[in-house]
Write a new protein. Structure first.
Length: 210
């Protein structure tokens, strides 16, 4: 399964859960405490809504954009879009998992007979929800940023390897041993880099399951 198929399958699963969650939220007495507030920051999503489906649709459009970039062989752009997609999917997944908890907390401070208390509780709950989402997104963003940096380092190492391999083919016999040692050292660095990438990917998977 390639990246596009994997992301599409994952998003379909989230979409089904998002539809169900949006319906449940409209039936929650406490939802009035957090409604009309955007679920995510404008730095992550263009969409503005207190429902999940608009964000799902935006991520779908990103996947279509990613597919076009891959088909056009625009490697750097496609990597950036892929990073955005992964961050969006991670944010949606975590927010869906936190939804019930956020509404349960809101219920504790809900009082339908006192508008002033409702207003204060809404402000408090909105700030709490924003702080939780910001913290989750910060951790997720840092991991994906770290992963992106290591992928870039991997790319540079591969370029260096290619250059030294070509140099070895062109060199004289007395230079061959020296270049061979450089190639070996680059392979070792590349191996350590890929081990680090695998470790970061495991950290991301663990974070998204919490």
């Amino acid at each position: 399964m390639n990246s596009i198929e994997r992301l599409s399958v994952l998003l379909e699963t989230l979409e089904a859960k998002a539809k169900q969650t949006d319906i449940q939220n409209t039936q929650r007495k406490a939802h009035c405490l957090i409604e009309n507030n955007n679920l995510f920051s404008s730095t992550l999503f263009v969409s503005q809504s207190d429902q999940f489906i608009p964000y799902i649709k935006e991520t779908k459009r990103k996947i279509s954009e990613f597919s076009r970039l891959v088909a056009a062989n625009k490697v750097e752009l496609s990597r950036l879009v892929l990073l955005q997609i992964e961050q969006q999917i991670s944010a949606i997944s975590i927010a869906l998992q936190s939804n019930a908890v956020m509404h349960q907390a809101a219920t504790l401070s809900f009082d339908a007979n006192k508008k002033v208390r409702i207003k204060k509780a809404k402000e408090k709950q909105t700030n709490k929800y924003s702080a939780l989402t910001k913290n989750i997104m910060l951790n997720s963003h840092q991991l994906y940023q770290k992963l992106n940096e290591h992928h870039e380092f991997e790319r540079r190492l591969m370029d260096m390897l290619s250059e030294r391999e070509n140099a070895r083919l062109r060199c004289k016999n007395h230079e061959s041993e020296k270049i061979s040692m450089e190639v070996l050292a680059l392979h070792q660095r590349l191996g350590r880099c890929r081990q680090a990438i695998s470790a970061i990917e495991r950290d991301i998977e663990f974070a998204e399951k919490r």
